[in-house]
Write a protein that binds this ligand. Structure first.
Ligand code: ARG
Length: 417
């Protein structure tokens, strides 16, 4: 009888390599390994070969970088999604795409299950499982690392017994994940939130103390809220992000130190390196200041936070997402133009912005020739604007509740009592 198949998210690391054998032994299923390139800077063909050598009956590797940028990263940027105002959500954005692509492979291969190497303590298991349960409720979900609950020694013993090659290099002192939108680093000494991340934490960003002595300026062009050019050159999204990671990283820009609230109730200290994401969020926001009305800007902060939370919490494939995205697309119609950012010693400072749809009007703002602002209208406006407060002062605040002026401390300065 033919054996059932399972599609496993395969990274090429020890956990998922051991998982290939473990699934075979524990569930009696054939493993189809799945690997995709989200710009993590690995040779996915080599990983595919490794999967086959490790015992997978088939292995699929594909480049999903532009899918990732066009349908996940740039929409989140346009929405202004930063989890807890800090984390640009690289890993969180990658999971629903990987899961979605795995479901497609599962259908192509007639698989009955999907599997991932997440532990039972993190957010990623939630993002994978919820996406699978949403898109393909019939598929069984296997999570070997969450299920076997081994110590590292037990895992190494299993690997040795089954001839699974363990990299000679000793295990990284940190736990990391990366794609083109950012890199995350946790565990080891970083588990003490008082400890400054040691130099070896960082791979994408230079130490701001040893960055170039001269600042460097970048110009980022946007069309309806999406980045389209860097330094005047039109680039596709993945190229633009990869180039900007290099430039901004060289100036030490993009380090984030965050004690974050995981979905599973744990506070966790995470370090991120996200040079392009930091610069692009800054540039995008600045263009919004130029092109969105005050009311739109204020309302959008609510959408940004809701959007960031739903991404972080693994609820990408939801109606709420579609609703928030409909708002964002409408809200971004005029966010077209260019922001100029100066990179220097770990900082990304906006120094200029322009847009054909700018609401900054020189003829209204200027104190020089050509002023079209009607100052005479200001007095009437101020009277009406302050009417509620001046009325309250006359009838309440200056008298006090018992007919006597209030005692100090008071919001009314003593001299006016
Ligand atoms: N804390 C971040 C998040 O929840 C990063 C997770 C990184 N994942 C990992 N398996 N190392 O999105």
């Amino acid at each position: 009888m033919a054996r059932d198949k399972v599609v496993l998210a395969y990274s090429g690391g020890l956990d998922t390599s051991v998982a290939v054998k473990w699934i075979d032994e524990t569930y009696g299923m054939d493993v189809v390994a799945y690997t995709c390139d989200l710009g993590q800077g690995q040779d996915i063909e080599a990983i595919r070969q490794k999967a086959l050598k490790t015992g997978a009956i088939d292995a699929v590797a594909e480049d999903a970088r532009n899918l990732f940028v066009d349908y996940f990263v740039f929409p989140s940027l346009a929405a202004g999604a930063l989890y807890e105002g800090k984390y640009p959500l690289a890993t969180a954005l990658g999971r629903p795409l990987i899961a979605q692509l795995m479901v497609r492979v599962a259908r192509d291969h007639g698989a009955v299950a999907v599997a991932h190497g997440c532990t039972g303590k993190g957010n990623d298991q939630v993002r994978f499982d919820v996406t699978f349960q949403t898109l393909a409720p019939d598929l069984k979900i296997i999570a070997p690392v969450r299920e076997w609950r081994w110590t590292r020694t037990q895992e190494l013993e299993f690997a040795a017994k089954h001839g699974i090659p363990v990299e000679a290099t000793k295990k990284s002192i940190f736990s990391t994940d990366q794609n083109l939108w950012g890199r995350s680093i946790e565990a080891g000494v970083l588990e003490d939130p008082w400890v400054e991340p040691p130099p070896e934490t960082f791979q994408w960003t230079a130490d701001p103390q040893s960055t170039p002595n001269e600042p460097e300026e970048v110009e980022i062009g946007f069309h309806r809220g999406r980045p389209v050019s860097l330094g005047g050159r039109e680039l596709d999204g993945a190229e633009l992000i990869i180039a900007l990671n290099e430039i901004a990283g060289r100036h030490g820009v993009g380090r984030i130190d965050h004690v974050e609230n995981r979905l599973v109730g744990i506070k966790s200290r995470e370090i991120y390196e996200a040079p392009a994401a930091v610069v692009l969020h800054e540039a995008h926001r600045e263009l919004e200041f130029l092109t969105l009305s005050k009311e739109s800007l204020r309302f959008k902060t609510l959408v940004s936070q809701a959007y960031a939370d739903l991404i972080y919490n693994g609820l990408w494939f939801s109606q709420l997402h579609q609703d928030l995205m409909a708002f964002t697309v409408s809200n971004q119609q005029y966010v077209t133009g260019t922001a100029r950012i100066k990179l220097y010693r770990g900082h990304a400072q906006v120094v200029g912005r322009k847009s054909e749809h700018s609401l900054y009007r020189h003829e209204l703002a200027t104190y020089e020739e050509g002023d079209q602002y009607d100052s005479s209208a200001a007095m009437g406006f101020i009277k009406i604007h302050g009417l509620g407060q001046t009325t309250q002062a006359r009838h309440q605040l200056l008298k006090g509740p018992g007919g006597r002026p209030p005692e100090l401390p008071s919001i009314i300065p003593p001299s006016s009592q």
